[in-house]
Ligand binder design. Sequence first.
Ligand SMILES: Cc1cc2nc3c(=O)[nH]c(=O)nc-3n(C[C@H](O)[C@H](O)[C@H](O)COP(=O)(O)OP(=O)(O)OC[C@H]3O[C@@H](n4cnc5c(N)ncnc54)[C@H](O)[C@@H]3O)c2cc1C
Length: 495
Amino acid sequence: MAPIILLCSLLYQLCDGQPGPPDPPGRIAVVGAGIGGSAVTYFLHQQFGPQVQIDVYEAERVGGRLATLTVNSQQYESGSPSIHSLNLHMQDFVKLLGLKHRKEVAGKSAIFNGEHLVLEETDWYLLNLFRLWWHYGISFLRLQMWVEEVMEKFMRIYNYQAHKYAFSTIEGLLRSLGGDHFVNMTRRSVAESLQGIGVSQRFIDDVISAVMKASYGQPVSIPALVGAMSLAGAQGNMWAVEGGNKLVCSGLLKLTKANVIHARVTAVSLHNSEKKPLYEVQYERDGTLGSDYYDVVIIAAPLQKTGLPISFLNFQPTLPDYAGSYHRVVTSIVHGYLNSSYFGFTDPKLFPFACILSTDSPDAIFHSLESLCPVNVSVGFRRKPPQEAGVWRVLSSRPLDRKELKTLFKSYYSVQVIEWQAFPNYSTHSSSKSLPPIILHDRLYYLSAAEWAASSVEMIAVAAKNVALLAFNRWFELTEKIDQQDLMHKLKTEL
Ligand SMILES: Cc1cc2nc3c(=O)[nH]c(=O)nc-3n(C[C@H](O)[C@H](O)[C@H](O)COP(=O)(O)OP(=O)(O)OC[C@H]3O[C@@H](n4cnc5c(N)ncnc54)[C@H](O)[C@@H]3O)c2cc1C
């Protein structure tokens, strides 16, 4: 707007006695510096401008579940290792921050049922297709079409967000993407949904169950939307950030000049200032307590009874009654010699796989076992063949004992174990329950609610942009940009 028009408009508002638009918030608190907290900080900065102070509280380490650990002075992904190529926010962040995609190092996969390999990938695309068809008929084609349809609908969110539309509930967001069918996908199991489109039980038992275990450590009773997201990942097109995925989080926080406070938020209380809510965030840092006041608070960390709980003191936010428990997944990073004979290869030189998934059997020791590449892949890097000592990531439901380690590895130099509260425990979420709310109180938002629809890096990045837009649109009362229905049609006619 030209300055003269702006001046006239201000004068008009003053003469008319109409209040102008409210000032932007002075201070915003973000709790958690994982991808959710870092991305929302970036999007808030984009929306409200650099004059708004954003404090980011982090109790442990920037990156959260995007994490690395060191073996022999090289770093390896110990948390979320891979990102799908259609994850457009992550792609944008990498470009914006001048980061690079890690060089891809090819490796084949197989599925193990505790006794033998039930499916083996080969170097030949056509042979792989033939094997799938031979074993499972056209189930894999049906699956592929189903996943593609879900992903295509999911991608609509980028268009809505580019036009600054936000949703006040996760259900509303999902409905805008794929109608009631998408909402129902958070209530119906992946197994049921696949059976509904004619995928065979054998394919579900052998392949889908292995992918669900490897991705979420949970069975095929997990909701269809989460299932579809992990199946999209299993179809390939995955990438990672050179130097470690967590660099996206530290990069975004640095870019926005956010004030990162290494402290654990213990409580939030409500005060009123000129009839507007003002939140007091209480925190603990190195044994000392502190607090500060904010106009807007965004919780970008799972709210659950265990872990790092946050109390709400003199007000009652609309919190889900169950708060939601999280499912434990244990990562063991083992530097050693794989016992390939456990998988039927007495000569390790002949063992051709970089990744083994396990079917969902009660006796399975592990969910997945994967040969790792460091986060910095140099030109000419090659994966260690199994006859040499390599670095392997084993995912399991509990820490592996000595006997189990000895079953999987002939010998090893080191084992580092991380116990993650990894994903929502989807089995505790009954089909009749709604998803957790995003708006907990007037200007208090719960970003991690989205994880109950699907826990993935990109889902959280999408949720971060949604929360930033929602906070902005609500602050400036841009109601026409919130919870709009039939956006597909609306945007087509707007163009
Ligand atoms: C082993 C594993 C493998 C995975 N694999 C994939 C994958 O391949 N692809 C994919 O897309 N996703 C994957 N995921 C899921 C993905 O990592 C998560 O969905 C995503 O990283 C969640 O980000 P977030 O910011 O919401 O939460 P987090 O990363 O958990 O960040 C929350 C942050 O908040 C901090 N915090 C918590 N409470 C407080 C408090 N009271 N005060 C201050 N700070 C607090 C925590 O310390 C943490 O740093 C995987 C996850 C795990 C654990």
